[in-house]
Design a protein. Structure first.
Length: 215
């Protein structure tokens, strides 16, 4: 088997992943100026527009931005580490599944800090608990060829602490530690765990971070 049969390029979302939209909606107001950095083809911006928000989408890929504009999203081709906006231009900055792709991710964080007035919302794949997966299994995001950074909860907290005072990182999207078993066994074990009749190791697929900017 060739390497190319195992590892794949991480492509932009064609459709929005609804848990990310739910995450965003808990932290934004209708009057907020919002920017979706590394927004790809505008899937998340488009969903926010449908809900009455008015985001701007930026991405370094011209083809992605063309498709974002076709959705009716205000979109610009820009390097996320050198954004062509004034300081404090946006109330809320969204960075969904981007940090793991950017080699100079600390420069990216400094740029987000420069343009954000109120909040920065970040999601990244979680590498916490990988040693607890059953032999022969791994997170699928570790197989993306364009992932250059890998974070567990502690790693992300340490990085954010360099640039921000008020932040919170949470592990989300719980997986049962029974990967590889049949679906019906997974349902039983997961249910017993929720009822606290057994204690199963908790493994979480993703990290969500909320950064509150200082006044």
């Amino acid at each position: 088997m060739d390497k190319e049969e195992i590892y794949e390029l991480g492509l932009p979302a064609k459709e929005a992943y609804m848990p990310f939209i739910k995450f965003a909606l808990t932290h934004i107001d209708k009057e907020d100026k919002i920017i979706d950095v590394g927004g790809g083809e505008g899937a998340y911006s488009y969903e926010l527009i449908k809900r009455g928000y008015n985001p701007v989408c930026v991405d370094i890929n011209e083809d992605y931005i063309k498709k974002s504009k076709e959705r009716g999203v205000e979109s610009y081709v820009m390097d996320s580490t050198s954004l062509e906006f004034d300081d404090n231009s946006f109330d809320v900055v969204i960075l969904f599944e981007v940090l793991e792709h950017v080699k100079d991710f600390e420069k990216l964080l400094m740029e987000l800090k420069r343009i954000a007035r109120k909040k920065i919302l970040i999601t990244v794949p979680n590498c916490t608990g990988i040693e607890q997966l059953k032999p022969g299994f791994t997170y699928d995001h570790l197989l993306a060829t364009d992932h250059v950074n890998f974070f567990n909860k502690k790693d992300l907290e340490e990085v954010l602490s360099k640039y921000f005072e008020n932040y919170k990182v949470e592990e989300t999207e719980q997986l049962p530690n029974t990967i590889g078993l049949s679906n019906w066994l997974n349902y039983i074990i997961f249910g017993l765990n929720r009822l606290k009749l057994i204690k199963a190791t908790q493994i979480y697929y993703r990290l969500y971070a909320v950064i509150e900017m200082e006044d």
